[in-house]
Design a protein. Sequence first.
Lengths: 583, 103
Amino acid sequence: MNQYIFHPFVLPFVLGMAFVLTYCLVGLLRIIAQLPKDDRKQFWRSLVTPKTAWANIRDLFGDCLFHVKIWKRNPILGYMHSSIAFGWFMLIAIGHVMLFTLKPLEGVDVQGFERTFTNCYYPIFYKHFATETPVFAFLMDFFLIVIITGIFIAVVKKIYSGMVGVKRVTKFGFADNMIRFALWTIFPFRLVAEKTNIMAFWWLYSIDLMIFMCLLPFTRYMHIPTEALFILLRHAGLKAREPRKGFALAQIYSCPSCGLCIDACPMSVNDKMSDNTSAYFMKKLRNKDSEEAQRIAETCLMCGKCVMVCPVSIESCDIKFSQRAATPYNINSDHSYLDVISTEAQRSGEISVNNPHVLYFAGCMTQLTPKIMRAMKQIMEAAGEDYEFIDKDGGICCGRPMLLSGKTAEAKAMIEKNTELIKKSGAKKLVLSCPICYKVFKEEYHLEGIEIQHHTQYIDELIKSGKLQVDKGDVNYVYHDPCELGRAFGVYDEPREVIESVGNLRKAKSEKELSICCGGSLGSFNLTQQERDEITENSVNDLMFNHPDEIVTACPLCLKTFARKSPVQVQDIAEIVCEKLKK
Amino acid sequence: MDFGFCLSPSSHVKMDSVDLTTFNSLKETNPDINTCIACGSCTATCTAGNFTEMSFRRILLMLQRGKEEQAKKMIQKCMLCGKCTLVCPRGINIRKILLDITR
């Protein structure tokens, strides 16, 4: 072939590119084939539904190209990532546009297969073969320099991650370190090659590209092609059903191991526990280390913060759920005694038939903190509500802990029993004190015609409607957002408004969707008390940031957990309202 | 020797002949059970214990006496609500132990 269109140094790149494209195509077909039939149908349909199609386009540009979520999370990291990823994209895109302006290539007219073959590598190495117009020359050089500034930040981050606001970074294996080094050197080599036209650098540049392409499927950089597919699947509304198949597999390969979840995880209070974070969970799953993956899945607190901060929106909690369900504990549950409960209750007439307006379900955790129950009773009486306690003398578990252990069928039995009891009461509203119950009632129970409220929402409604009269005191409170109320359902404002009406609200260091789990979460099966205590101490320190007089929470489990470690009094929101009731 | 004076069979446990492998391996994986003071807080708060004879304190006792099957049968009643773990004055991860027994 003509020296103006071909040189052997392009071959490593072409081979690498061919390999990675084949791999991605096979992977794509495999993931789609693994989807359950219904999910696959749903996926195809979502691609042509205008609403999801629009969301797809928006996120493909926003997430894959402009990396909006990383910018929002940490602008320095946003620049680092965008400069490299978007810069590289622009180099490729502009290179291809330029292809048309260079036609015919330096006076040599190639056609047919040769033309197609030339097009594969020409935009990448064009400077060796042709000269471009000044506008393109400027653009190409500009983006190359932008990429190199991004690489500079990446090197700084590697040496001292604290400089870019990251405390803990993901620990990588050999392949990941290797490909990172390849990525860092690609662009400086390109710059030198383009400016000096020394053949050695063209070779180095091409070989570097080949290393990058060949390692890509086996490293975290697989997130580049997979994320696009993941976005489409996510918008189709799919849920991970198996820990390493179909949708879950797409998520596993979309995880860039960026480690943003490591700093966010409440378990990252020490080095040992930080190995239980989602980044490592995804890595273990990817490497088919199912034993470790199972251990991490069972250790996780399921607070959902990693999902909240994830720049790719990977639903790691769902995958952990499916991992737990895949190898559930061999407990062989026998809950046949649940049937007896209802008949006894009906016989003794414990379930009232006089249709109370409000039904209060305290839940297991509130049974352990009876002061919340007493406070709620006083509040409801002061508001003149027609109420009834469903589990005054102990009730049935809501089913969420069972669900968290991966035993869906057993949880269903409890859910059905509770549903039956609640429906028989004829209540119009169900008030819960425990966010753990709230989550499962909202997601798994089918209580048509019954409004489900957490007591923070209920009290807020009572105060706003004027049914409940409270005095404003001068105590400074800080509010802790329970994971299952805040992150899961976005109930952030109601509790804050209630607190504002009885006292002053101070801010915690991490609030709302960034609130740190108290450490008591039922989600974790493996954490020891000592480990939990460390998490609690960290969470309390975060809450004490603005020196409040009292910590207020809306979850009986958080209340009990904090009470062990807090330097100030910890109270439930119902208690502080109860104290300030107008006499 | 059984002279037939008693109506119910003897509940005598011969500690020399019972099989304690489960209990011993459990002690290895969960050394915190050694710190149990048998206070019964776990049993007192148990949600399932409200309706059944479920009692973690007894489960430990059964295991110590090699009555593994009986213990496993009792565990079937558990709802995994975690109240026992929460109230334990020794900070024993009871829920984990219950699950490990059946694993």
